[in-house]
Design a protein around this ligand. Structure first.
Ligand code: CA
Length: 226
């Protein structure tokens, strides 16, 4: 059972989702504004937030951004309207874990919730404080520092690095990364992974053009060497 917070001002929509999630055994609360969501997250933290983009006053994007600025890492699935392709990407940039476009089937929503919860489950906190060369990463607090000081990693970069940490020394292929770090076909394009790896190398490798930690294994994928 997980505690799920629904942030949606369309009452019928919210209640329909709630009834189904309760049927699945989850404990569900509904709030109808972003402001109430921020209060609820502080007073009674949920395991996952279903966050509608279109809300009165504060938008779902602003809510997500505010949560991440406050270092609240509760998984967020954004509910977007059809045709808001750019919004989806923006939502993910702002730290959302996944999105689903209305109208969606409840079956699809439930499987996405499961996937996001699986990716964020407590055993994934296991790496805690890690060292990769001179880089020190605290996965619990989402901070990273090297010899020069704090290293600014995005939410997705932390998730990517965490997955590599959990599989340190093993070859990880792009499909695995897309499935476990991105989830579903948000970017049905393995080049996304390559671009993220390039960006991550610039942040964590002393010499990004000759990586010593995040290695390419030609024809297979990547491998993290500590
Ligand atoms: Ca709405």
């Amino acid at each position: 059972m997980s505690r799920i917070l629904i942030v949606e001002d369309e009452k019928k929509m919210a209640e329909g989702i709630r009834d189904n999630l309760e049927f699945e055994g989850h404990s569900v609360r509904i709030v109808d504004t972003g402001e109430k969501c921020l209060d609820a997250v502080q007073s009674d933290p949920p395991d996952l937030i279903l966050l509608d983009v279109m809300l009165p006053k504060m938008s779902g994007f602003d809510v997500c951004k505010t949560l991440r600025q406050k270092k609240i890492r509760t998984p967020v699935i954004m509910l977007t309207a059809r045709g808001q392709e750019i919004d989806k990407v923006l939502g993910l940039e702002l730290g959302a874990d996944d999105y689903i476009t209305k109208p969606f089937s409840l079956r699809e929503l439930i499987s996405r919730i499961k996937a996001v919860l699986r990716r964020s489950s407590p055993d994934r906190e296991a790496p805690g404080l890690c060292k990769i060369g001179l880089l020190e990463v605290d996965f619990g607090r989402y901070t990273a520092t090297d010899a020069k000081g704090p290293v600014d990693l995005s939410h997705k970069e932390f998730e990517l690095l965490r997955y590599f940490m959990e599989h340190a020394g093993q070859i990880v292929n792009r499909d695995q990364l897309l499935d476990r770090v991105w989830g579903y076909d948000i970017y049905p394009n393995s080049r996304t992974v390559d671009n993220f790896i390039v960006r991550l190398r610039k942040k964590i490798e002393p010499n990004p053009s000759q990586p010593r930690h995040l290695l390419t294994v030609h024809g297979f994928g990547y491998k993290l060497v500590l």
